[in-house]
Design a protein around this ligand. Structure first.
Ligand SMILES: [Zn+2]
Length: 313
């Protein structure tokens, strides 16, 4: 007779227990999710591709911060930043010369996107930003790059191998841009995985929102150089070069055929015929190169069109 109320109580208790379990799981999920999102440290230094420890939880206020800084202050005039690079310094896998070249290229790209200017100087102590290169075990978290914003220097990792020799690797440039933006702009990271300011990803380039943010913070680029995504420029150059070689070979072929046909001397004609065949082999060899450059170009072009909205003219 009293079975019924009992079972109702039991059912209610089970449901309550289930609900509590769900809430606990949700809470756990939220906490772990948030803690995976930051790499900022207490002393103002910031890491890149660094390990994250639980006490370094910082909520991502990145885009909100942009909104407040830009509505309260007018767009700044050109910011000029002096920098110094440690002579002989390098990143793993590439030479010092190539490292310095990529570093300068990274800063030039920032100039092309927004109204910030960089001047390289030789006097270490008077530079606004100094670049040092350190081995993995002497760099905090073993990070690829680290910005010491209050002390005015950036450390780059010179032992960690991340594929800098890979075709079109942008790791060096991306890390330099990331750390430089910590120096000049914000200690925070973005939650967008496509952002150059993401705490864990090394992206290829600024995403669309990055460019908007950079315009808001530094103003638009006024240096006259038009912004052109690096990879697109490179893919275009390779394709143009290959196409030019291919067209040239066809012109050579036309000329050789004319030369052959203009003579009635059998020996001369035979020699020319051999040249024509050699030329044909070169034409055939150039085709796959050109096709692969074309495929690269279309791929890169599509990438910029859809993820960035950049239309190549
Ligand atoms: Zn960072």
């Amino acid at each position: 007779m009293n079975n019924k109320p009992d079972s109702i109580f039991l059912k209610a208790a089970i449901w309550r227990a289930l609900l509590v379990l769900c809430l606990l799981a949700l809470a756990y999920y939220v906490v772990t999710d948030l803690s995976s999102n930051s790499g900022e440290t207490q002393d103002g230094s910031t890491g890149y591709v660094e390990q994250v420890t639980p006490e370094e939880i910082v909520l991502d206020m990145f885009d909100k911060q942009i909104a407040t800084t830009t509505t309260n202050s007018p767009i700044p005039r050109t910011t000029t930043v002096t920098y110094w690079i440690e002579p002989g310094g390098y990143m793993a896998e590439i030479s010092s010369k190539e490292t310095h070249r990529r570093l300068r290229e990274a800063l030039k790209e920032l100039e092309d996107v927004c109204n910030v200017r960089f001047t390289e100087i030789q006097k270490e102590r008077s530079a606004r930003v100094r670049f040092y290169f350190k081995p993995q075990n002497q760099i905090k978290y073993g990070a690829l790059g680290l910005a010491y914003t209050t002390r005015g220097y950036i450390e780059l990792n010179n032992t960690r191998k991340v594929g800098l020799t890979r075709r079109w690797s942008r790791v060096c440039q991306s890390v330099v841009q990331h750390e430089m933006l910590h120096m000049l702009w914000t200690p925070l990271h973005s939650q967008r995985t496509t952002s150059v300011m993401h705490g864990g990803n090394v992206v290829d380039y600024f995403d669309k929102k990055d460019v908007t943010n950079l315009h808001l913070v530094f103003g638009r680029n006024t240096n006259g150089r038009t912004f052109r995504p690096f990879t697109l420029g490179k893919a275009g150059t390779l394709l143009r070069e290959s196409t030019a070689r291919y067209n040239k070979l066809w012109e050579d072929r036309e000329r050789l055929i004319q030369e052959r046909d203009s003579s009635t001397d059998k020996v001369y004609r035979t020699a020319k015929q051999m040249e024509i065949l050699d030329n044909l082999i070169l034409i055939i060899a150039e085709i796959p190169t050109m096709v692969s450059h074309a495929r690269d170009w279309f791929g890169v072009d599509l990438y910029w069109r859809f993820t960035y909205g950049y239309v190549n003219n």
